[in-house]
Design a binder for this molecule. Structure first.
Ligand code: HEM
Length: 146
């Protein structure tokens, strides 16, 4: 029963995280040019402070569930990543997830130092967006690749 529970937690947290990133990149960036700079800045600050409250918990649950699943079911394939597509692609997915975590820490550090400007906000989101596309493709295709 543990595995399905971890998978469900992982999936819901992934939905939340990926949904937020897609919203920010595809919706929010699309309205940037229609709004005055100060209004956009206020929206970014408001979203940022909401994200600071919720995202650490979402990421904690997402990573804990992911590590738990890897531990329960995928240790053998992870131990020899070159002998299966599943092992190689799961490693790549974990590497991308680790990089996403690095982006999150960078954003938090810049914000704490008062250096998270609109350009950083935009670049970090675009980069995390690209990571998300890769993670989702790997998460599904790893089971079907030759
Ligand atoms: C940004 C972080 C991450 C995101 C957005 C993410 C997203 C996803 C998604 C969308 C799935 C497909 C779930 C499903 O179809 O039900 C998945 C599966 C999986 N993820 Fe992650 N993941 C992340 C981090 C991790 C980490 C850090 C690990 C392990 C160390 C991990 C291990 C797994 C495993 C083992 C599966 C396959 C589960 C299965 O179907 O048996 N994930 N992930």
């Amino acid at each position: 029963m543990t595995y399905p529970v971890l998978l469900t937690i992982h999936l819901f947290c992934a939905l939340f995280f990926i949904g937020t990133v897609f919203f920010e990149v595809l919706m929010l960036e699309g309205i940037r040019k229609h709004l005055p700079r100060e209004v956009m800045r206020s929206v970014e600050i408001a979203i940022g402070s909401r994200a600071r409250k919720i995202m650490p918990w979402v990421l904690l649950a997402l990573f804990s569930a992911g590590i738990g699943m890897a531990w329960i079911r995928y240790l053998p394939v992870l131990a020899s990543p070159l002998s299966s597509h599943l092992g190689a692609m799961l490693w790549l997915k974990i590497a991308l997830a680790t990089s996403v975590f690095g982006h999150f820490i960078t954003a938090m550090t810049l914000r704490r130092r008062g250096k998270l400007h609109s350009l950083h906000f935009k670049r970090i989101h675009q980069s995390v967006f690209a990571h998300m596309v890769g993670i989702v493709l790997l998460a599904k295709w790893m089971f079907y690749a030759g």
